[in-house]
Design a protein around this ligand. Structure first.
Ligand code: NAP
Length: 255
């Protein structure tokens, strides 16, 4: 028996990186997985790859900033399986690479709309859907940048810090209500994905050197490292865990 046998899971931003690795691992653990993303071609392909290895995977287009798109996606899953048990609010974009005094309001809003408003909409519609079944687990992907400030990432840090406290508030609102919905945040460190590659390219080679020098384990994490934490929080092994922060960062925040 897999750890997620019989569960239905929706993962945002699942066409690549952490979301894709999570979809792969959840399918291996027996879940019916709904990958979603704004990248439809890559998302379809990621779902087909899982299905070709006997996983139960489907793709749903979903821009997390659009409330009607959330309603449609959740409705499609409820029609298909009758329940939603796991939601991973993973879709995100990197910070601006610009100091606050030079940042345009549009740049600020672009990041906070996807990384914070998108999570709010997911939590809202996820709770509503899970209450129609046996409850469930929502995992919000924050960041180490949700716990500390990082120069030139003001929009990203603000959004990810917002995700941390949105998570705790939602967890408290749901903790003592049946059916129970658990809500936790994960705080990845520097993980080897397209998002980080883009941030290094934008900021310059000093950023990679900074990472390698400052991460105690002296390497980048993998998307699978984060997927393992997500699957734990999604599973019944975490049945007493809600409102918590799981840091997976090679020791970065321990300094
Ligand atoms: P990734 O490989 O770029 O995957 C993120 C996916 O989300 C991409 O396919 C992206 O499409 C998609 N996306 C962007 N805007 C969206 C929207 N409005 N609606 C739906 N999907 C959207 O990045 P990743 O590194 O796996 O990041 C996943 C999450 O982990 C993010 O929330 C990120 O902030 C967080 N995180 C990552 C790291 C790291 O070092 N990689 C560290 C801490 C936290 P586009 O490519 O078109 O934008």
């Amino acid at each position: 028996m897999g750890r997620l046998e019989g569960k239905a899971a929706l993962i945002t931003g699942a066409a690549s990186g952490i979301g894709q690795a999570t979809a792969q691992l959840m399918a291996k653990e027996g879940a019916t997985v709904y990958l979603s993303d704004i990248r439809e071609i890559e998302g379809e392909k990621a779902a087909q790859d899982i299905a070709s290895e006997d996983g139960n995977a489907n793709f749903l287009p979903l821009d997390v900033t659009q409330e009607t798109a959330w309603e449609k996606a959740v409705e499609a899953i409820m029609e298909d399986t009758g329940h939603l048990d796991i939601l991973v609010n993973n879709a995100g974009i990197p910070g601006a690479g610009v100091r606050i005094e030079d940042m345009e309001l549009e740049t600020w809003r672009h990041c906070t709309t996807i990384c914070l408003d998108g999570v709010f909409l997911g939590v809202k519609h996820g709770i509503r859907a899970m209450r129609k079944g046996d409850g469930g687990s929502i995992i919000n992907i924050s960041s180490i940048a949700g716990k500390i400030g990082i120069p030139t990432s003001g929009n990203y840090c603000a959004a990810k810090g917002g995700v941390k406290l949105l998570t705790k508030t939602a967890a408290l609102e749901c903790a003592n209500k049946e059916p129970r919905v658990r809500i936790n945040s994960i705080h990845p460190g520097f993980i080897d994905t397209d998002l980080l590659a883009g941030a290094i390219q934008h900021r310059g080679p000093w950023f990679r050197e900074f990472i390698e020098y400052n991460v105690p384990m002296a390497e980048l994490g993998t998307a699978r490292d984060i997927a393992e934490g997500i699957v734990y929080l999604a599973s019944d092994a975490a049945k007493f865990v809600t409102g918590s922060e799981l840091v997976i960062d090679g020791g970065y925040l321990a300094r």
